[in-house]
Design a binder for this molecule. Structure first.
Ligand SMILES: Cc1cc2nc3c(=O)[nH]c(=O)nc-3n(C[C@H](O)[C@H](O)[C@H](O)COP(=O)(O)OP(=O)(O)OC[C@H]3O[C@@H](n4cnc5c(N)ncnc54)[C@H](O)[C@@H]3O)c2cc1C
Length: 406
């Protein structure tokens, strides 16, 4: 049986393991941490296209989290624009889902383990080599593992990506810093499951009420210059809280009350993406998820892309016996879509920038046009390429569709 070494136990790691196991391959997952990736307390929204791809694997619905079927835009003046669907629901009523990163990772790993998949923790990949008849992974603790194929699901700072192509990759900076948290004991205008989004005068703020009365929120503020890690480390939690309060105090929104009611605010994180990775694979290794196409969080699509990749990879490995040809086909199917989604994320980040009066006025004008009550239906139609994307697990993948080189 073909054995796949899967590096990373985040989203793409366990999901691709489930897809490969369904495809008749023996996957083994290696995760660097005991607890998972950093930012474990953060939350995210799984879009309906990604949820649909997950359900295509037969894993069932997510129990953790809560449904987020819609969002509504406001300007910083408090003016309400349109309320928009987060993509159309699936035929069974499934919609986008807000979930903590930790719950998502745990759920996916547990579902992999339930299927009998081996998941190893505390195994940090440091190197990998293609051998005469397979591939060997080397871990920081001195151990190694042999397999037929190695899948790098090891996130934005992927070691697998560097093994496949050592050329230095520079991330694109999105001119925004992002943050967020959970607020309790505060009552603000909200409806469960609706993302309340504010295009503020100096920053973007979004809050969602969960089923238990907690407010989940995230924000981005404009910072045209990319910070160094030393500059970020020098910002204390109290400085950061004050910067956020100052940023949002000029808006007609609940942002300041929410920030004040948040015990622990996530440290500032610069938004970065990977618009184009020249080399996704070699004859026995490939990268998936953020390792090959990190998307700006402004798009709310990174998890969905990681899940879609995983399902397509599983199908290619199931239907194309030659490993190199299967990896090539996976890239052929995925590259165009993920690069389009990364470009969309960049565009979203640009829209969220509030840098200078002229830019802000232009942005608000654009938002009034795009999210007016009459025009939002057109906007919904224009996003079908993203949210209506469906992957049929049972559909056969044909190997012979011309070549697109990496
Ligand atoms: C602030 C923020 C908010 C976001 N919000 C959203 C959102 O609302 N919706 C959305 O869809 N996406 C969102 N994203 C993006 C999303 O989190 C990522 O796209 C997604 O997690 C990618 O999954 P992945 O499995 O490829 O990588 P990751 O989730 O990063 O997982 C990689 C895993 O690999 C492990 N690893 C790393 N190096 C090694 C190694 N050398 N050896 C072994 N294991 C290793 C890590 O510990 C980690 O567990 C957000 C991102 C950020 C930063």
């Amino acid at each position: 049986m073909t054995k796949a070494l899967i590096i990373g136990g985040g989203v793409a790691g366990p999901t691709s393991a489930i897809a490969l196991e369904k495809a008749g391959i023996e996957p083994v997952v290696y995760e660097a941490y005991d607890r998972g990736a950093d930012g474990i307390g953060q939350n995210l929204v799984l879009a309906v296209n990604g949820y649909s791809a997950l359900l295509a694997l037969g894993t069932g619905h997510l129990k953790a989290g809560f449904d987020v079927p819609r969002y509504r835009f406001h300007l910083g003046t408090g003016k309400k624009l349109a309320q928009v669907l987060n993509g159309d629901p699936l035929p069974d009523g499934t919609v986008g889902r807000a979930i903590t990163r930790s719950d998502l990772y745990t759920t996916l790993r547990d579902r992999a383990i339930e299927r009998g998949i081996e998941v190893n923790f505390g195994k940090r990949l440091v190197d990998a080599k293609v051998t005469a008849d397979g591939v060997t992974a080397y871990f920081e603790d001195g151990s190694q593992a042999e397999g037929d194929v190695l899948i790098g699901a090891d996130g934005m700072h992927s070691v697998t990506r560097k093994v496949i192509d050592p050329a230095k990759l520079t991330f694109r900076y999105g001119r925004l810093w992002t943050t967020g948290g959970y607020a309790t004991g505060v009552s603000v205008p909200s409806h469960t499951g609706t993302e309340f989004m504010y295009l503020g005068k100096r920053g973007f703020f979004c809050h969602i009420l969960d089923d238990e009365g907690r407010i989940w929120w995230y924000a981005s503020i404009t910072r045209p210059e990319e910070p160094t890690s030393q500059q970020l480390a020098a910002i204390s939690p109290e400085d950061w809280r004050q910067q956020l309060i100052d940023t949002f105090s000029v808006d007609e929104s609940a942002a300041v009350d929410i920030i004040k009611a948040t015990e622990s605010i996530w440290p500032p994180r610069p938004i970065q993406d990977i618009p184009h990775l020249p080399t996704w694979r070699n004859e026995r290794m490939a990268v998936i998820g953020d390792a090959c196409h990190a998307v700006s969080p402004s798009a709310g699509q990174g998890v969905s892309m990681a899940i879609e990749d995983s399902v397509v990879l599983g199908k290619c490995m199931r239907d194309i016996p030659d490993i190199a040809a299967a990896l090539e086909r996976y890239e052929q199917i995925r590259r165009e879509r993920v690069e389009k989604v990364v470009a969309f994320g960049k565009q979203c980040s640009r829209t969220l920038e509030a840098n200078g009066t002229v830019r802000r006025v232009g942005r608000d004008l654009f938002a009034r046009l795009a999210f007016g009550e009459k025009t939002s239906a057109k906007g919904h139609e224009s996003m079908r390429w993203l949210y209506d994307h469906r992957i049929d697990w049972d559909e056969h993948v044909d190997a012979s569709t011309g070549s697109r080189t990496a």
